[in-house]
Ligand binder design. Structure first.
Ligand SMILES: [Zn+2]
Length: 395
């Protein structure tokens, strides 16, 4: 299927160093972006579906790099079904598992954690709830896991490993486990801050620096923050990604953003939600954290959209996150929310409001065109201008 999105007011690229693309249209062919900027009238006429954006802003689909996936579209933590599909209505087109620790009765032995990660990875390898891509299967680092176990998992398709919930005596016991997981080619992540659910322990700057995972999970606290002085150390003494989460400490989220900016480390600054958790199911969490950062710092709103899209994609090695030819066609239209004080999506975000969502496309398929069931309505209206496909894309 070919889809043309025309009449865009602005295009946010996903690259924070070069956050805008020129032009007013995007052409999609199959599950890939074919071109961004100017699309010829012949190409628009040849498209199976033409979406008139009505002057709205396009951005890459949001990538939430900290979601507590279990099995199916279900979170046992909040006894809620359908949350992933609901996150699509918050503009999230990719959810990355922060490890399957919320599975009831989760295993704690070596064979059990390996089987859990592999089963989770397989369960979401093809299935897209509501159109969302889910990257699941993050092996929980438990004492006893060996390099050969990590190699076996990597060879079978598991890409992620998570430190912070294992039965270790000291958080320093994770150091050799993280090293072995890295040596096997897994992307390693680590709980940061005070303890959260039972079975987790406090992890502070010194632990992180000794382990040196690829990603410091919720560096702003999950939900309790590490000492303020540790943020600068982690930024200056490592190259790990600095993930800030909605379900954490807002003051240290802002602290981390400003320090990343000051020390030239903004490439490593990424946004996620750390939900569903005790803090709840938050379909609009990514939009809130983008608005909090943009409205409470001096930095521009598009920079934080990029931290929630392209920067996550780069850290996790995904083929999405940018509005660029060849990338996965995960595209979201945003606008100033109806009834607000601002006239564009970016002005609304800078004002501290969440953007309203007018369309979500994943893998080249419009999942809804019109309005999100979770955000306020858009000021402008997106509509299907023409379609040769028997479907109304109403959501
Ligand atoms: Zn978490």
């Amino acid at each position: 299927m070919k889809v043309a999105i025309v009449n865009l007011g602005r295009i946010v690229s996903g690259d924070w160093r070069n956050p805008f693309a020129g032009g007013d249209a995007i052409l999609v062919d199959g599950d890939r972006i074919a071109s961004v900027g100017t699309v010829s009238s012949q190409a628009v006429n040849a498209a199976d579906v033409v979406i008139d954006a009505g002057g709205m802003t396009a951005m890459p689909g949001l990538i939430d790099s900290h979601v507590h996936i279990t099995f199916g579209d279900y979170t046992p933590r909040q006894n809620t079904v359908g949350y992933l599909e609901s996150y699509v209505h918050g503009g999230v087109t990719t959810a990355i598992s922060a490890s399957e620790v919320h599975v009831p009765g989760r295993p704690r032995d070596v064979e059990g954690v390996k089987a859990l990660a592999l089963a989770a990875q397989r369960c979401f390898a093809e299935w897209r709830p509501g159109g969302m891509r889910v990257i699941a299967g993050s092996v929980i680092l438990e004492p006893g896991l060996q390099l050969s176990d990590f190699r076996e998992l990597a060879q079978k398709g598991v890409r992620l490993a998570k430190a912070g919930f294992g039965a270790v005596k000291s958080s320093y016991d994770y150091v050799p486990l993280v090293a072995d997981a890295k040596a096997a080619g897994l992307l390693t992540t680590c709980h940061t801050g005070g303890s959260s659910i039972p079975g987790s322990g406090a992890i502070t700057g010194d632990h992180l620096l000794k382990m040196h995972p690829h990603v410091s999970f919720h560096i702003n606290g999950g939900p309790t923050a590490m000492p303020d002085a540790d943020f600068e150390r982690v930024i200056l003494e490592s190259d790990m990604a600095l993930q800030v989460c909605t379900a954490g400490n807002l003051r240290t989220t802002l602290l981390c953003a400003r320090l990343a900016e000051r020390h030239g480390a903004f490439d490593r600054f990424i946004i996620a939600t750390d939900t569903p958790t005790g803090s709840g199911v938050m379909p609009l969490g990514m939009l809130y954290t983008i608005a909090h950062l943009a409205s409470l710092t001096e930095m521009p709103p598009e920079r934080f959209i990029c931290a929630a899209t392209g920067s996550n994609a780069r850290v996790y090695g995904l083929d999405s996150g940018y509005l660029l030819a060849g990338k996965a066609a995960d595209i979201v239209l945003i606008d100033a929310p109806d009834g607000g004080t601002q006239t564009t999506a970016l002005d609304a975000i800078k004002n501290g409001d969440i953007a309203a969502i007018g369309m979500v496309m994943t893998a080249g398929v419009p999942r809804f065109v019109g309005r999100s069931r979770n955000t306020p309505g858009t000021t402008r209206k997106a509509r299907v201008a023409s379609s040769r496909v028997i479907r109304d894309f109403a959501g």
